[in-house]
Design a protein around this ligand. Sequence first.
Ligand code: TRP
Length: 333
Amino acid sequence: MKKSNKPVLLSGISPSGNLTIGNYIGALKNWVKMQKEYDCLFVLVDMHAITVRQEPQALRSRCLSFIAQYLACGIDPKKSTLFVQSHVKAHTELTWILGCYTYMGELNRMTQFKDKSKKHPTNINAGLYVYPVLMAADILLYQTDIVPIGDDQRQHLEITRDIAIRFNNLYGKAFKIPEPYFPKIGARIMSLLEPAHKMDKSDNNADNYIALLDEPPTIINKIRAAVTDSGTEIKMSEVKPGISNLIAIYSALSEKSLQEIEEAYIDKNYMTFKKNLGEMIVEKLRPIQDEYQRLMKNKDYIYKILKQGAQEATRRAEETLKRVYEKVGFILP
Ligand code: TRP
């Protein structure tokens, strides 16, 4: 049973790399607003994370840090359910069931599996192969209406829908068929040094992104070093991906329109613009960083939020799981 009759929104976050202003602008900032109209579930997918090798201590502290950053950005545990995937056993249980309704031919087509296999050729494990089934379980357990995703997850949502439709056709309605939700185009923040690519929280070169937890001098320096394009104009243009990206960041964080910014900098140079942008990012991140520091000094509070989140998620997930067990013909315990 849901808490309300609002549509259900579920998003999974992988605890890898460092959360960036790209994640903030493209995802987090919107979710904070969407908490009002949607019944939101945010799940930190630690079980997905171990499909590539992790250092246990680092994984544990990164998970805690990600949760604190979510809270610091304004994810409100009174409105939303924030939890860790491994705390809710139904995720792995449903994964097994759904795996029996997923064809190897379908999994063989997943481009993320192919990409990750290339990246980690010595560790092409079965978990990596069934990753999309675990993701389907994350989504289907909560009768989710919408799933905000980036373009790279389109195929995973498609297979989730296919599995759900197949199961429903065999047994009668067990799952809601989820819809993808793509954030606005403007929300796509690009790498600072390679503006043809999306800003990536797992980028090997930290100069390509601004992390939410970067120190002020680091932020100023990274913006100063960001590639700009030939010419001098501060103007959005397809042939000027570097400066366009910086203007987009400025606009998203200041909530000023692109035109307003272009007009304000009409007779200014790149250096002045970058200096102001760097300082503005520092000011925008300051309250988030302060709140993060405060939360990290109070880990008991974070654990309490996670415990409540896991209880609520378990309660809801178990309803779906029970229905599924009945439908496939298990004797209920
Ligand atoms: N696979 C997603 C990614 O790499 C993370 C994820 C796991 C997810 N489970 C999810 C996203 C459920 C949305 C819904 O970004």
